[in-house]
Design a protein around this ligand. Structure first.
Ligand code: COA
Ligand code: AMP
Length: 627
């Protein structure tokens, strides 16, 4: 299958596309009339929401459970059949239309993990509006940047999110974001949760109930190439990139992946323990399991720190979960709380057959711990917001290959993965380099960046002509296994969340006492990696460094959000630089990683490297370091 997908992608994906419902078949499986901007299934017409809901009802599966909302933080479990979900979505879509949302309009969704979020996403898909879900842990400024770029006709939000036992009001953040965005008034829909009542602004805000007081509307035909959604992700600067996903290719790839990557059968229960604000949530809480006719779980809670330390096992046992997908960080947190797996034994996990991990590199210890405690295959697979589904995986539906801990097994059909050196030359097996994917990317991957073809080309396609640059480094071993070792840019992964250190540097640099700064990642036992800032104070500033650190931590929390997990800002005398004044970020990163590093010949003050090392050691982040 892999060979066919690379040698004859049109035949391969044309065949896969037969699995979904088209109102009109495509003219061409793969069009590249616009240069490097490939388009899948040109001429095809379909509706994603129809495939996810109506089709199952029409085929007699209306009473099957589509969605289970399980919220330990509100002590709620609510089930929706395919028929119930379709009816709610059709009503919500009617409400959107009634309030002026048209095909192609953008709708920003800034919501916690509640059923209304899924309903709103599918309602947009139903009428061809383009949703842009913003993760609830982002601060007002980040939300503002997304509003500014997407220019929505409507924003759907909620009165609050719940972080274990903390109630986080969303409305003040939303109001501030709208002001900061400078885009002028935009209609807002607020879902009032019992834990906090938001004050609605007359003439601008309506309640969720008012939106839902509408006549249901049918699905609107969409072109395969029409955008389904925009999902903003961290780039190398403070400006997030709006990844654009289409309708046709996306649905074909996700449906294919349910069978061949995850080894699922329609009717089974799939649980992606992530958040709808991330790509994992888009693809595997909402679109893929529903399109494939599975039951999906929307879990509002954490892997640990909920009232029940066996929270994950309770959900698996109670809802008969067949396959779980989450980030390694969730398992590191569980391992720390329950190293012997005592809570695992308390639940009947007999139906549970596989665990998939992604979002960050999975350390072999965590992988083995999960294998031993759960006695099921544990599969590390690699993907990105940009691709929307896995690039490298052990494809369960095609028969599992032997696991090599630390590797994400092999490239998935559709992805022609190469390891290149700085000149774009192919590297020999086991040699590390830049990981690039030969064009065309398979269906489901980003088609461009919102309103920004230029940056799409520049960021991903220009460096190695004919290839998509993943931003990851690693190697392919002699047996063809893929090893993803880290990013080549300034993006870090904290608890499976993708963050830009550049964005954090912009915040730190705006502090009045800071002359210059550098942010990098440092290893963390649970979150994999957390950001650490090194700051140099302006001459003449003699304030207590710990006060300044607290201010910087607060600034990052307020401007980027708590999700940045920014808790370390170390004041240093100066930053290591070349004699020409360039900050040696690579060397700082190596020190933070405890990796081998050479003192660069061009460094202006070698002693500063020891100072950086010591400042990390004092805070408990010392690692064995060699020169
Ligand atoms: N709204 C507001 N705040 C949020 C939020 C949201 N939706 N989500 C997270 N936050 C806050 C948290 O409360 C925390 O704040 P704090 O610094 O005041 O404690 C901060 O953002 C960092 O959150 P997180 O990285 O999730 O850390 P945590 O310590 O709260 O939980 C885990 C750690 C591992 C238990 C948790 O991340 C988890 O269960 N992850 C599951 C896997 C996952 O979500 N993967 C995503 C990609 S697949
Ligand atoms: P995101 O876009 O948030 O999904 O983050 C994508 C990035 O996370 C990738 O480019 C990788 O750097 C990292 N990543 C995701 N999955 C894995 C994995 N299985 N192994 C190593 N790194 C991963």
């Amino acid at each position: 299958m892999y060979r066919q997908s690379i040698e004859d992608p049109e035949a391969f994906w044309g065949h896969a596309a037969e699995e979904i419902f088209w109102e009109k078949r495509w003219n061409k499986v793969l069009g590249n009339s616009s240069g490097p901007y490939y388009r899948w299934f040109e001429g095809g017409v379909l509706n994603t929401c129809h495939n996810c809901l109506d089709l199952h009802v029409e085929r007699g599966k209306g009473e099957h459970t589509a969605l289970i909302y399980d919220s330990p933080v509100t002590s709620t479990i609510q089930k929706f059949s395919y028929r119930e979900l379709r009816d709610l979505v059709a009503m919500c879509a009617g409400g959107l239309v009634q309030h002026g949302v048209k095909k192609g309009d953008r709708v920003v969704i800034y919501m916690p993990m509640i059923p209304e979020t899924v309903i709103a996403m599918l309602a947009c898909a139903r009428i061809g509006a383009i949703h842009s879900v913003v993760f609830g842990g982002f601060a007002a400024r980040e939300l503002a940047a997304r509003i500014r770029d997407a220019h929505p006709t409507m924003i759907i939000s909620a009165s609050c999110g719940i972080e274990i036992s903390r109630v986080i009001p969303y409305k003040p953040l939303l109001d501030e974001a709208i002001t900061l965005s400078g885009t002028g008034p935009v209609q807002c829909v607020i879902c009032q949760r019992p834990h906090a009542q938001a004050t609605l602004i007359e003439g601008r805000d309506i309640s969720w109930d008012t939106l839902m007081d509408a006549q249901p509307v049918p699905c609107v035909p969409c072109k395969a190439t029409d955008p389904l959604y925009i999902l903003y992700t961290s780039g190398t600067t403070g400006i997030p990139k709006g990844v654009v996903r289409d309708n046709g290719g996306h649905l074909v790839a996700l449906t294919w992946s349910m069978r061949y990557i995850y080894g699922m059968k329609p009717g089974e229960v799939f649980w992606a323990a992530s958040d709808v604000g991330w790509v994992v949530g888009h693809s595997y809480i909402v679109y893929a399991p529903l399109a494939y006719g599975c039951t999906t779980i929307l879990y509002e809670g954490k892997s640990v720190g909920t009232p029940d330390p066996g929270a994950f096992w309770r959900v698996i046992a109670e809802h008969g979960v067949d396959v779980l997908f989450t980030a390694p960080t969730a398992f590191r947190a569980i391992k720390r709380e329950d190293p012997e797996g005592v809570y695992i034994k308390k639940y009947d996990l007999s139906r549970f057959r596989m665990l998939f991990l992604a979002g960050e590199r999975c350390d072999p210890d965590t992988l083995h711990w999960a294998e031993n405690r759960l006695s099921v295959p544990v599969i590390d697979h690699w993907w990105q917001t940009e691709t929307g589904w896995a690039i490298g995986a052990n494809t369960a539906g095609l028969g599992l290959l032997p696991v090599k801990a630390g590797s994400c097994t092999k490239p998935v059909p559709g992805y022609d993965v190469h390891v290149l050196d700085d000149h774009g030359e192919e590297l020999a097996p086991s040699q590390s380099g830049t990981i690039a994917i030969k064009l065309p990317l398979p269906p489901g991957c980003l088609t461009t960046l919102w309103n920004n073809d230029h940056d799409f080309y520049k960021t991903y396609l220009s460096e190695y002509p004919g290839y998509y640059l993943t931003g990851d480094a690693g190697f392919i071993d002699r047996e063809g296994y893929l090893w993803i070792m880290g990013r080549t840019d300034d993006i870090i992964n904290t608890a499976g969340h993708r963050l830009s250190t550049g964005a954090m540097e912009e915040v730190l640099a705006s502090h009045p006492d800071v002359a210059e700064c550098a942010v990098t990642g440092v290893a963390d036992e649970v979150k994999g990696e957390i950001p650490v800032g090194f700051v140099v104070l302006k001459a003449g500033v003699h304030r207590d460094p710990s006060r300044i650190e607290q201010e910087l931590i607060l600034m990052v929390r307020e401007r980027i959000g708590p999700i940045a997990s920014f808790k370390l800002a170390l004041v240093v005398r100066r930053l290591p630089k070349t004699r020409s004044g360039k900050i040696l970020r690579g060397t700082i990163k190596k020190i933070a990683d405890g990796a081998e590093y050479r003192v660069p010949a061009t460094i202006d003050d070698p002693a500063i490297l020891d100072e950086i090392k010591q400042s990390l050691a004092i805070r408990g982040y010392a690692k064995q370091q060699n020169k």
